[in-house]
Design a binder for this molecule. Structure first.
Ligand code: NDP
Length: 491
């Protein structure tokens, strides 16, 4: 059951069929609105016995049902899931804003891209081709793509819907069974969306949601011998620990982790466009995006003008409740996240110059929420923690460069390699930097545009494997060689 002063949410009511995909007893985890502190949802917590049972049933289902061999069946189920999500998208967007804090416009965007991701993978479900080769006279080899088995999808709170669906849709399209564990701060939106997957043609136990702390429920999934693959999205340190735990069972892992992405503006760029891009890169979703352009690298000759105009934009941003259509930046997800972000701003204050923001919002009816003003910090030493570490909040660290070579050197001087922005009108430079920068995604004269068709993922400490696109689906498959020999004698 879900309850709040502003609206009453019953996550179970999102179920399209009587069968619930949530493996949990009544009550348990409380989700709170980060803008007001109000209770948004109470979601059942799964016991370890329920997790074990769900894994065993998923293993049995994926071995025994037609699911693993029938791409057309999987496509039908996934397309219908997308259709139900579209029908409910306004309610789901509101729940997402209430639970996570992002603006309603951003929540609608997350819904649209999640639905599109399901549809893309639904189409791919019928196109998972292998290869074949005539190897020698009378001998043929056939390479098959088969599902891995039971996939554990463990997901974070910042884009809870999109990042869950980014794993679940390709895993299901490839014929696997999936157990999802959402972040404990945002379980309701994930449970609500997963309930809409319930379908007359979905074999029982192929998909389920378990809810509970990462340290217990998540760890059980990672170490359980019958989990074949872990698709993890979250913090780099957690991801490294997940990989270590998974190593004992030699499980396949896909890790989508943190970032500290450089957004590089050259003097020849369209300044108006680059300003809007820099603002979006760091302040969208209050900076709680793995790909946030949290390091702004400015060519020295435009530094002062660019910063003056960016500070004016940051100061003018309307911070508030995400459900208010006028709001441009919502709250941070939790009190802990607000404290972490304010601590990083403290580092900025002592080591650099805070040009914009730098404080929490404690008035105007926002005192019960986790609001921090859009913050810009310049003049930081290159070894500052604010330059090196992921803040996951609306805090921009500004750096400057003189030459293209120096821009590349600063951009690559990071343990992360998730995303990068390049703003320039020099086509040859975009090619040179596009090759030189160590990053899974490089946006040229744009930022934060994702496409279900295009793979994303991290270099260095930002992850292993790719999500989205064809490669993202193939991550959820095993390759098998069938060898046919029609010769009368073998040796
Ligand atoms: P966390 O790593 O803290 O948590 C991610 C998920 O892992 C949660 O469901 C969490 O559960 C679970 N978890 C925590 N500990 C364990 C464990 N020992 N074993 C198994 N599961 C565990 O990340 P956040 O939720 O704080 O998300 C923010 C981070 O995610 C940022 O670093 C961000 O950069 C990264 N991220 C990366 C993306 C990418 O595509 N590269 C996309 C979005 C975010 P619980 O909530 O119960 O703790």
């Amino acid at each position: 059951m879900v309850d709040s002063g502003r609206a009453s949410w019953d996550v179970a009511a999102f179920s399209a069929r009587s069968h619930s995909l949530l493996l949990a007893a009544e009550g348990g985890l409380e989700s709170r609105d980060p803008a007001t502190g109000e209770l948004v949802a109470t979601v059942g917590v799964s016991s370890i016995a329920e997790v074990d049972d769900g894994i065993a049933r998923a293993g049995s289902a994926v071995r025994r049902s037609a699911w693993r061999n029938d791409g057309a069946l999987r496509a039908r189920v996934l397309f219908r899931w997308a259709a139900r999500m579209r029908e409910q998208s306004e309610r789901l967007a509101e729940l997402l804003t209430r639970e996570q804090g992002k603006t309603i416009g951003q929540a609608r965007g997350e819904l649209a891209s999640s639905i599109s991701m399901i549809e893309y993978n639904a189409g791919l479900a019928r196109a998972i081709y292998g290869r074949s080769l005539a190897l020698k006279e009378g001998v043929h080899g056939v390479m098959l793509r088969e599902p891995v088995g039971v996939v554990a999808a463990i997901t974070p709170w910042n884009y809870p819907l999109n990042l869950t669906i980014r794993a679940v849709a390709p895993a299901l399209a490839a014929g696997n069974a999936v157990l999802v564990k959402p972040a404990s701060l945002t379980p309701a939106i994930v449970v609500a969306a997963m309930q809409l997957l319930a379908d007359d043609e979905l074999p029982a136990d192929i998909a389920a949601v378990v809810v509970g702390p990462g340290g217990t429920v998540g760890d059980r999934m990672v170490t359980h011998p019958e989990i074949d693959m872990i698709a993890f999205t979250g913090d780099s340190t957690t991801g490294i620990n997940v990989m270590k735990s998974a190593a004992d069972g030699l499980k396949r892992v896909s890790l989508e982790l943190g970032g500290k992405s450089p957004n590089i503006v050259f003097a020849d760029a369209d300044m108006e466009k680059a300003l809007a891009g820099a603002e979006n890169a760091i302040f969208s979703a209050a900076g709680q995006i793995c790909t946030a352009g949290s390091r702004l690298l400015l060519e020295r000759s435009i530094r002062d003008e660019f910063l003056e105009r960016l500070v004016a934009r940051a100061d003018a941003m309307r911070v508030g409740d995400g459900l208010d259509p006028a709001t441009e930046m919502g709250p941070l997800v939790s009190r802990e996240q607000k404290r972490t972000v304010l601590d990083y701003i403290g580092i900025g204050r002592s080591e650099g110059t805070v040009l914009a923001g730098g404080t929490a919002v404690e008035d105007g009816g926002l005192e019960h929420g986790n609001f921090v003003r859009p913050t810009i910090v310049a003049d930081l030493p290159s070894d500052s923690r604010l330059v090196a570490e992921e803040v996951f909040g609306p805090v921009l660290a500004v750096q400057t460069f003189e030459t293209e070579e120096e821009a590349v050197e600063i951009a690559n001087a990071s343990e992360f390699g998730l995303a990068c922005g390049l703003w320039t009108n020099d086509l040859n430079r975009t090619w040179r930097l596009g090759r030189a920068i160590e990053s899974g995604t490089i946006w040229i004269n744009t930022y934060h545009h994702f496409y279900g068709e295009m793979e994303v993922g991290g270099f260095k400490r930002s992850g292993i494997g790719r999500q989205q696109g064809v490669e993202g689906l193939l991550e959820f498959t095993e390759t098998k060689h069938l060898n046919f020999d029609s010769n009368p004698t073998l040796w």
